[in-house]
Design a protein around this ligand. Structure first.
Ligand SMILES: Cc1cc2nc3c(=O)[nH]c(=O)nc-3n(C[C@H](O)[C@H](O)[C@H](O)COP(=O)(O)OP(=O)(O)OC[C@H]3O[C@@H](n4cnc5c(N)ncnc54)[C@H](O)[C@@H]3O)c2cc1C
Length: 444
């Protein structure tokens, strides 16, 4: 019997040199950087990636842990960052200074969700709350204005982001609870002439407050529950607005603060959208916030994997490198499985959002995004734990090869609890997916 003929195709052209980028150690960058082919990224994405990588490497990473320790970044670093175009990318061109067209010179109208993934992923290489010290919390505080504000509000507030003349925090959580948004207790009552709201209440853990000029705030203007909630933008210099930083385990440069609103007088024209229709604004804002957090969890877990992989090669115990022990390489393989598959899921969600005419408002995505954030948080917890084990004492030390890992161990709770805590959004995912399945015809 003759064996079947195997055809070998030989290309006559020169072999294409495969592009590589960044850290070439296994799993240390998203697969599309140097290993697997991907349908999602083009030249524009690469251009953005290259530019943002060198910006952070040159301007932020050498100083970031120092800034985190101080709880602030120097003014010139903040102004440079605001003008870099790597932040506030969702602010449309007409509200941007003419000389800041977009990140890496890419006009913002040409940015897609994969550009957002790159900016978020690369930004998450910076530990602590330094991203907030550099840009304020406008990444979560400005979108209600961008997507639901009037033309006048956008003209008034958005251009100032690039000079720090405006900076928006997002005030939802209260001392009585953050999960049950429909039951917030801060009230906003109209004055008899209808010109102002008088706001009373407390907000807790409000990121970016030290740099904020305004707090985009969830308030109760109507009756109980979600139908009585509005969103108003409160200037921090309004009479009756006071705040102080909350000492948390990590994220010091995130500036999470306690805010008191004591008969705070806010112009009625600072209402975003319609009165008592704020709950929907808050909830749709969460889709993007959670997606961003999910991406950040992935990169931070990748940093744990990458740092411990490199350490395991260099560190010798009992006469051989740590990596030579299967119990150590097994930890790394486990992390790689989780990090890579989570990233692939994020890319698929991104692709869906990009294709959907409804974009971030698409009803299919809230549950998927919520669950991907839960998963990202779990992966990050596991990756940080395993990295600390591989690094031993060095993973517990401030400074040295494990400095980022140690910092992350104090920061990561915020990634799991903030933007919707795990228990709440896992439950939301189950309810959303069940409802969607029934709509598609699933019968119990
Ligand atoms: C560093 C930091 C920064 C933050 N930044 C901001 C910000 O900028 N703006 C803002 O508005 N908020 C912010 N938060 C608040 C954050 O969003 C809330 O902490 C979060 O929503 C949870 O609210 P809570 O802490 O009041 O917990 P609670 O709502 O009191 O819940 C406590 C725990 O119980 C769980 N739980 C609650 N109800 C249930 C239930 N029915 N079933 C099962 N489990 C349940 C929750 O998952 C949570 O883990 C920040 C928090 C931190 C720590």
């Amino acid at each position: 019997m003759t064996s079947p003929k195997v055809e070998t195709r030989l290309s006559t052209s020169e072999p294409v040199k495969k592009e590589t980028f960044g850290n070439l150690a296994p799993w240390s960058e998203p697969a599309w950087y140097s290993s697997l082919a991907s349908p999602y990224y083009n030249k524009s994405h690469k251009r953005l990636r290259d530019a943002i990588r060198s910006y952070y490497d040159d301007n932020v990473l050498p100083y970031s842990l120092d800034w985190e320790e101080k709880g602030d970044a120097p003014l010139e670093a903040r102004l440079k960052y605001a003008r870099s175009g790597f932040t506030f990318a969702d602010v449309p061109a007409k509200y941007r200074p003419a000389d800041i067209p977009g990140p890496a010179g890419i006009p913002v109208a040409q940015l897609d969700i994969f550009h957002l993934m790159i900016m978020t992923d690369e930004g998450a290489r910076v530990e602590g709350g330094v991203g907030t010290a550099l840009a304020g919390a406008s990444v979560i505080g400005a979108p209600p204005i961008i997507y639901h504000g009037t033309e006048e509000q956008k003209q008034k507030w958005l251009p100032g982001l690039f000079t720090f003349e405006t900076s928006f925090s997002l005030g939802i959580t209260e001392p009585s609870g953050g999960s049950d948004v429909a039951n917030i207790q801060t009230t906003a009552k109209k004055t008899s002439d209808g010109k102002f709201y008088v706001v009373n209440g407390y907000k807790k853990w409000i990121t970016g407050t030290p740099w904020a000029t305004h707090m985009t705030t969830a308030v109760r203007t109507g009756g109980d529950g979600m139908k009585g909630i509005s969103v108003i933008v409160i200037p921090v210099n309004a009479k009756g607005f006071s705040w102080k930083r909350i000492p948390n385990s990590g994220q010091k440069a995130g500036g999470a603060s306690f805010v008191e609103l004591d008969d705070c007088l806010v112009p009625a024209e600072n209402l975003i959208g319609k009165e008592n229709e704020g709950f929907r604004i808050i909830m749709t804002n969460f889709n993007k916030e959670r997606f961003i957090m999910s991406i950040a969890c992935n990169r931070k877990a990748r940093t744990c994997l990458s740092t411990s992989l490199s350490y395991a090669h260099n560190r010798h115990t009992f006469g051989k490198p740590l990596i030579a022990n299967q119990i150590i390489s097994s930890k790394l393989a486990t992390l790689a499985r989780y990090v890579e598959s989570h990233w692939a899921w994020l890319e698929q969600i991104a692709y869906h959002i990009q294709q959907s005419p409804l974009g971030w408002q698409d009803p299919e995505i809230a549950g998927q995004i919520a669950l991907s954030k839960v998963h990202g948080g779990r992966i990050l917890e596991m990756a940080n734990r395993e990295a600390q084990q591989v690094l031993g004492g060095a993973g517990y030390q401030k400074g040295g090869p494990g400095a980022s890992i140690e910092q992350m161990s104090r920061d990561l709770r915020m990634m799991v609890v903030g933007g919707g805590s795990e228990e709440i959004i896992a439950d939301l995912a189950v309810r959303q997916e069940t409802a969607l399945a029934k709509k598609r015809g699933w019968k119990l």
